[in-house]
Design a protein around this ligand. Structure first.
Ligand SMILES: Cc1ncc(COP(=O)(O)O)c(C=O)c1O
Length: 425
């Protein structure tokens, strides 16, 4: 088969401008191992963005692969209504010892956007069933929660959702705490004064706005949000889809603040990127509001692949590997120290890099004045030097796997320097 021909004739990729493929070609990845991807010629590329932020522990991790094979030998798939199975039960029991104690109920789905939709719908239905007029959602500028209509309605990345705005439901945006912490707190406070009792839920990505440009912000915003949550009684939906699983040094990022969210959404690293799975986890009292008459109080939402047993087995094995690491936080700090040092070197060497920041496994910088063509040239040059530097607008970033060794980190840092020398020096 001529792969290139089939690709050109039939494939339509996400977040991809196919017209740009005149200048470059897609990377044909055939194999992956550890934190490396391999093309058909056997060339390797470091997966420096963890395959869209999923691959925490390296590709085809043997513990996870074996768990998947074991699960395949007994149960592949079944519906998850009226039926439960051991991998789902094992997973929630194991997660429950890591989750904040007030979050006890687990609703499964199969991707991050859907985990958010579930939280939005649960929140709305909860208030309706209680006879309270709360239908407004509040979100942050530059926030990103997915690409379905509901998730887009509460996302503040304008380039992604501008064609669909007329179809969005009522939601209000407040400034990003990553731009101006005090202003974000003030505006949220002001909005609450005006209509806090109409708010169904406030959505946040804790401590880091990912797709909005890897924008870090202070835990103080979350603690202030908690103060307002207690006063006004709205829900907080905490989107840990990107930053959960130790990315910022704690199993869940929001636990670095006072925040006690009503919903936590997980996906991506939940299965180490092996199979699609997501969770919306909520309070017992929210779950209890849904008990009663079938027609009146049931949560009518479900997807065919809800709690797929193979995906649940991968998620359990991901926890096995994390348990076996002893202290994942120590590993995060080791990588963070490398990224601190790398950031300092890059800032002094490349004046066009601005707003350079890092925390945990994530590093980012803006390339001042760079247009799309220039950002694409960074990406292409990165590939020539065996790293994936997939830009977000004019931002370059690393979102590293937790298992990156010191030797690998050094290589990645050197290659990033060479890439930047070739393109933005
Ligand atoms: C914070 C956050 N929420 C939600 C999503 C959507 O997840 P998915 O792409 O699985 O729908 C993403 C995806 O990048 C994300 O980073």
């Amino acid at each position: 088969m001529n792969y290139q021909e089939v690709f050109e004739k039939h494939i339509w990729q996400p977040y991809t401008q196919h017209a740009e493929y005149g200048d470059y070609s897609p990377l044909f990845v055939e194999r992956a191992e550890g934190i490396k991807l391999f093309d058909r010629e056997g060339n390797f590329y470091y997966d420096t963005i963890s395959s869209w932020w999923c691959n925490l522990l390296g590709h085809r991790h043997p513990v996870i692969t074996e768990a998947l094979e074991r699960q395949l030998s007994c149960l592949d798939h079944t519906l998850f209504a009226g039926i439960v199975h051991p991998p789902a039960l094992e997973l929630v029991e194991r997660l429950s010892s890591r989750m904040p104690a007030h979050l006890t109920r687990y609703f499964f789905s199969d991707n991050g956007s859907t985990a958010i939709e579930v939280a939005l719908k649960m929140s709305l239905q909860y208030w309706k069933m209680r006879g309270e007029d709360r239908s407004l959602f509040v979100f942050l500028d530059h926030g990103y929660h997915g690409d379905t209509i509901g998730a887009m309605s509460v996302s503040g990345v304008s380039q992604f959702n501008r064609y669909f705005r007329q179809s969005f439901f009522p939601a209000k945006m407040i400034p990003s705490p990553a731009d101006d912490l005090e202003r974000a707190i003030e505006e949220l406070d002001r909005l609450c004064q005006r209509e806090g009792d109409r708010v169904s839920a406030v959505l946040i990505e804790p401590l880091l706005q990912g797709a909005g440009g890897m924008r870090f912000y202070s835990p103080r915003f979350l603690s202030e949000l908690e103060r307002l949550r207690k006063i006004w009684g709205f829900h907080v939906i905490c989107d840990e889809i990107a930053v959960g699983f130790w990315r910022l040094g704690s199993f869940l990022a929001h636990t670095q603040s006072e925040l006690q969210p009503d919903f936590v959404c997980l996906s991506k690293a939940l299965t180490n990127g092996m199979l699609p799975l997501a969770l919306t986890i909520t309070r017992e009292e929210i779950y209890r509001e849904f008990l009663g008459d079938y027609g009146e109080r049931t949560f009518f939402h479900g997807h065919t692949y809800t709690a797929n047993p193979l995906a649940c087995a991968c998620a359990c094995a991901t926890l096995d590997v994390l348990d076996g690491m002893g202290d994942p936080e120590r590993e995060v700090r080791r990588i963070e120290a490398h990224l601190n040092e790398l950031g300092e070197e890059l800032v002094s060497e490349f004046p066009r890099l601005t707003h350079v920041a890092n925390a945990g496994l994530i590093w980012r910088a803006e390339v001042e004045g760079a247009n799309r063509r220039e950002m694409l040239s960074i990406y292409r040059s990165g590939l020539r030097h065996r790293i994936l530097v997939r830009p977000l607008g004019n931002i370059i970033y690393l979102f590293l796997p937790l298992i990156s060794s010191n030797k690998e980190l050094k290589f990645i840092g050197e290659m990033l320097k060479i890439t930047l020398k070739e393109t933005v020096a």
